[in-house]
Design a protein around this ligand. Sequence first.
Ligand code: F6P
Length: 324
Amino acid sequence: MKRIALITSGGDAPGMNACLRAIVKTCLNKEIVPVGYYNGYQGMMEDEYKEMNSLDVKNIIQYGGTILGTARSQEFRTKEGRAKAIENIRKNNIDGFICIGGDGSFKGAQALSEEMSIPVIGIPGTIDNDMYGTDRTIGFDTALNTVVEAVDKIKDTAGSHRRIFLVEVMGRDAGFIALDGAISSGAASVLIPEERSNIQLLAEELKTQSKRKGNLIVIVAEGDDAGGAEDIYQKLLPLMEGFELRYTILGHVQRGGRPSAFDRLMATLMGVYAVELLENGKSDVMIGAKGDELHTISLQDAVNNKAEAEVSKLNAIKLLKTVN
Ligand code: F6P
C-alpha cells in the first residue's frame, strides 16, 4: 500500500474532518501517501486531488463540514462517469480507496471496486444514522444535539404562548434523528417513516394532552409517510380548531456545527482503522461500531439491507405522556 485515495461523499456530516485528519496522519506515519480527491466522486472524474500532508489536516478536528468538499454525483452513477474516474485513479497509481459517506456513496465504491478491482473501505458518515451494520454513523450524535438544543429554545416560546409546535428534522428515509430527538427533548409525540402515521389519532391525543399541559412539541421526520411538518400542520388545522399550532423546519442547521466529542472520537478511531484494514489486505468492507467496539461488515451487506430506527422506543414516548 503506497498511495491511498480518500473522499468524503454525499451529505456532509460533522466529524468528517476528524476522520480525514485521522486517515491522513495514519497514512503519513506509515509512509503511505494520502491522496485526497475534492468533491467526492466528482473530483475523481475531474482528476482534482491533492497529495495531503499534516498541515492540510492541522487544527480541523473541531470543525464541521469537510475540507475536501463533497457532492452527490449523478454522472458517477453511469459506467461512462466511472470510467473517467478509473482512468485517473490508474494514472495516479492509487492502490487503495477509503470512502466516507452513506449508502449511495458505498454503492459507488462497490461499483468502482468491481470495475477496477481496487481495495475499498467504507466509513459511515451521515447525520441520518441510516446505515445497516453500525449503531452509529459519523455526524448523527452532533445532529441530535443540535436538534435537542433547537427544541429547547422552541419550548420556551411554545410555553409562553401555550402553542403546539411541529418541528421537522432531517431523515429522508429513516427516523433516527426524529425518534432519539423526540425522546431526548421531551416531545409529546413523534412521526417517523418506520411507523404509519394516523393524523386523526394524533389530533385527538394532542387535544387531550394540550388541555393538561398547554404547550406541546411534535417531532416530524422529513420523510414521514404523512408528509413534512408543513403538510401535517395543514392536515391538523381543521381537526384542531381552538388550538394554536405552529411549525418549524430545522433544515440544514442540523448538518453543521462543531462535532461532538463522541463524533470526533468515533471518526478518529474509524479513520485509523480504515488505513490498518487496507494495509492488512482487507477490501470491500464497511467499518461499523457496536458500543465502543469497531468491526467490519461486507459493503454488500451494508448497502443491501435497510437500517430502521427502533420502533420499540415509541413505547417510551407513550409512557411519558402527561396524565394529570
Ligand atoms: O445527508 C442526509 C441528509 O441530510 C438527509 O437527511 C436530507 O434529506 C438530505 O441529506 C438533504 O440533502 P441535500 O443537502 O443534498 O439537499
